[in-house]
Design a protein around this ligand. Sequence first.
Ligand SMILES: Cc1cc2nc3c(=O)[nH]c(=O)nc-3n(C[C@H](O)[C@H](O)[C@H](O)COP(=O)(O)O)c2cc1C
Length: 188
Amino acid sequence: MASFCISCTAQDIALPAPQRTGGKPLMEALNERQTTREFSDRELDEQTLSDLLWAAYGFNRDDKRTAPSANDHQEFSIYVVLKSGVYVYDAKQNILVQKVKGDFRAKTGKQDFVAVAPLNLVYVADTKKSDSGAADVGFISQNVYLYCASAGLGTVVRGWFEKEEVKAALQLSENEVPILTQTVGYKN
Ligand SMILES: Cc1cc2nc3c(=O)[nH]c(=O)nc-3n(C[C@H](O)[C@H](O)[C@H](O)COP(=O)(O)O)c2cc1C
């Protein structure tokens, strides 16, 4: 069940609290980590979304996250592109804040599966916070790979996308740069 949210609008998605325990042992998840490029259109439930996003880039201590960050600039935002719209993951409040309404999945990449899979993540760096080279994104992406291996989901990190098309679809500002994308869903 979704949690209560004071600052949400009707279009935002208040996620249930992430489950921070359980899953496969790390060595099993590493053993099963791999890239998938065939996805079913089965939706992810809100608990799965919450767990996945927390694993990716949630806070596991007061102001620190599951992924390391150069100089602790934490310059990334995760844009969550679902059938219903484009959202930004607010990791503090555990809310998906709707940015754009409508289905923009196909705009996030050049491969056919991006429009089929239920979820595309876009890792967006804020150049106002840091211009240190965006190395943090590799750690975030690997967190998603390992969560997917643990949860029986498929995933592929993607550098093959049209930067300007993604910027337009996500309505990014001047200082926001999409660095990598990542598709997630059930394997076909
Ligand atoms: C930075 C980066 C960008 C990538 N871009 C794409 C991509 O655009 N499309 C794709 O299908 N796979 C992409 N991949 C996935 C690689 O092709 C994949 O990791 C590689 O073939 C090894 O397979 P494995 O992940 O199953 O070990 C990318 C991987 C990385 C690290």
